[in-house]
Design a protein around this ligand. Structure first.
Ligand code: AMP
Length: 249
């Protein structure tokens, strides 16, 4: 079984991002970039499937400019077999990404596509769902456990009412939630080996995909500064403040 894993290059989750002074976007100059944490979990799951003998090949795909090859190499160091970069400049909308991933899906014909549930920069939580719709296949979003049974996959999802288990016929799209697994660290020998693994570069035009956006980013602004808290002496004083100052009760 071939598994395709989508990995996105994002600002490292430890970095405090600041907007540019003109509000046109986040200031990414000299900022540490990394593989999106949910994509790292997706890669880990695909690699575990290969180690269990369920998957035969794991392909890591990323859409972006040349710099996203760094994240593809990280996925290769974590255990993916080969990589695909789909060349794209600028910040593409989830629909464009999903269309490009659909073209790669058609080309590679994987039985399973694993994505992160969400990218931590855009917080879109759309790409996996759109890809499943475009490909006309089933989806298990926010997976916390996967289990294979013949030509189906059982996906456990944490929902408000408890744990929901879906059975989805393959091929399928799964998006990885936080508790699906704990990703490994890439060892130095594996980082070295990853440099020699194959990495193909595809162009949106070759894939026949139009990526023009219908959405325009208007402004990026920092959130309002949090006010310092106060300690109230009595419950009556608290109720008074909630009623007359905060006006929330
Ligand atoms: P989003 O819909 O932007 O929150 O992203 C959800 C998931 O879609 C990510 O965790 C990735 O697995 C995948 N994805 C989003 N953007 C890209 C990209 N540029 N390249 C590869 N995969 C992506």
């Amino acid at each position: 079984m071939k598994v395709l894993v989508a990995v996105k290059r994002v600002v490292d989750y430890n970095v405090k991002v600041r907007p540019k002074s003109d509000g046109s976007g986040a200031d990414l100059a000299n900022v540490k970039m990394a593989i999106n944490p949910f994509c790292e979990i997706a890669v880990e799951e695909a690699v575990r499937l290969k180690e269990k003998g369920v998957a035969t090949e794991v392909i890591a795909v990323s859409v972006g400019d040349k710099s996203c090859q760094e994240q593809i190499r990280t996925a290769l160091a974590l255990g993916a077999d080969r990589g695909i970069q789909v060349e794209a400049e600028g910040d593409l909308q989830p629909l464009a990404i999903a269309k490009l991933l659909k073209a790669v899906y058609d080309k590679e014909q994987p039985q399973l596509v694993i994505l992160g549930k969400q990218s931590i920069d855009g917080d879109n939580n759309q790409t996996g769902q759109m890809l499943a719709a475009l490909a006309g296949i089933g989806q298990g979003a926010f997976a916390s456990e996967l289990e294979f049974e013949g030509d189906s996959i059982k996906v456990t999802r944490e929902v408000d009412t408890g744990l929901q288990t879906l059975e989805i016929k393959l091929p399928a799209v799964v998006t990885a939630d936080l508790r699906l697994n704990e990703p490994r660290y890439a060892s130095l020998p594996n980082i070295m080996k990853a440099k020699k693994k194959p990495l193909d570069v595809l162009n949106p035009a070759d894939l026949g995909v139009e990526t023009a956006s219908k959405v325009k980013l208007v402004k990026v602004a920092p959130p309002a500064e949090r006010q310092a808290g106060i300690i109230v002496e009595t419950v009556e004083a608290l109720v008074d403040k909630l009623k007359n100052e905060a006006k929330v009760i």
